[in-house]
Design a protein around this ligand. Sequence first.
Ligand SMILES: Cc1cc2nc3c(=O)[nH]c(=O)nc-3n(C[C@H](O)[C@H](O)[C@H](O)COP(=O)(O)OP(=O)(O)OC[C@H]3O[C@@H](n4cnc5c(N)ncnc54)[C@H](O)[C@@H]3O)c2cc1C
Length: 381
Amino acid sequence: MRVIVIGAGVLGASAAFHAALAGAQVVLVDQAHDGRATAAGAGIVCPWLSEASDPEWHRIATARARYLPTLAGRLAGFDEHELGFRRVGALSVSRSEGDLDRIEGLVRVRQAGAPEVGEVSRLGPPQASLLFPPLHPELAAVHVSGGMRVDGRLLAAALCRAMQRQGGTLRRGTAKLLTDGKRVAGAWVGSEPMEADAVILAAGAWAPALLAPLGLTLAIEPQRGQITHLRIEGMETGGWPVVLPPGNHYLLAFEGGRVVAGATRERGAGFDCRVTATGQAEVLNQALAVAPGLGRATMIETRGGFRPLGPDARPLLGAAAGMDGLVIGNGMGPSGLTIGPFAGRLLAQVALGQPSDLPLAAYDPLRLRTGASTSDADAIR
Ligand SMILES: Cc1cc2nc3c(=O)[nH]c(=O)nc-3n(C[C@H](O)[C@H](O)[C@H](O)COP(=O)(O)OP(=O)(O)OC[C@H]3O[C@@H](n4cnc5c(N)ncnc54)[C@H](O)[C@@H]3O)c2cc1C
């Protein structure tokens, strides 16, 4: 079976890898746009501390969090060990005991159905600061030992290389859908037509433009996110937990003193992926309010990317009704590094005509409106 995947972000790279693993002949095409989300994403994987209420979002986010260690093991079999993946735990921090009671209550309910949440405990400010030394000395925390982080760039690149080792092909270029009106028959890659039995469209915030010529509307808009990378000189930070204060900003750390402070959520900026003074001021002010000890850190990098934001918190996943041969994956918004690798596996299963690990009825990719909460997308980190 021939499968073309458009877009090599975390979602498309995972779909291509899983399709190749299942024996398909895969061509993965990517244009490497400035502002692709996977290259900017922070890397938090801890859906259990999210205040989002949509059960379908939790279903897929939790399934994904469960799948991440399995995927890391699979990639190790392809000699891919550098994913920035680590179970570092997470701290939901606040000055308010009431806030922490509420979060602890939420996470304990979720823990009942998800053993990977790990241990849940309450930490006073001194204990919380021991785990994340720059933390404000008045912040107490709920600690969740199962919190993870991953480096989206490393993960997507590893999936692409493993897909190639499995016999797939990675093409740099611009793809368009090749259609006879009733079905998608392949894709144009530049000026070259390529036929396929199925096309998986995982083109992130750019996907609506590929579907418009087919008369299909995809309810996706770009949401700009700006993020800042700092380095604490001479300190090993690889084991530090993810820090989630009230609101939707956060901190996380990687090896080598790297601390990541995120992130803005800007609608209406279109495809302008500049990093702005206002955006950076927001990110740094929020970070320093939570962790004043970062004040002397070195600013090493800023990144901007477009989260593909759907009509609600649920991703858009599955076969496109009325257009044979087309499978769509999109709309992972702020949680694509959490959901994307597992969702890519689901897309590959749909494209290959296999039963999917998770029923996809709730994730209809062409839905424009939904009964699900639209405010949930803001509550997710
Ligand atoms: C600042 C920021 C912080 C984030 N933090 C987190 C986090 O902590 N945890 C988390 O779970 N998620 C996080 N996310 C969200 C996550 O990064 C995204 O949801 C996810 O990366 C989306 O992946 P994608 O593959 O759908 O899209 P993308 O990564 O944008 O990939 C789409 C790809 O398609 C390609 N493409 C588009 N059109 C074409 C075409 N015509 N032909 C060929 N190629 C094409 C593009 O060039 C691009 O490479 C964050 C996002 C941002 C911006």
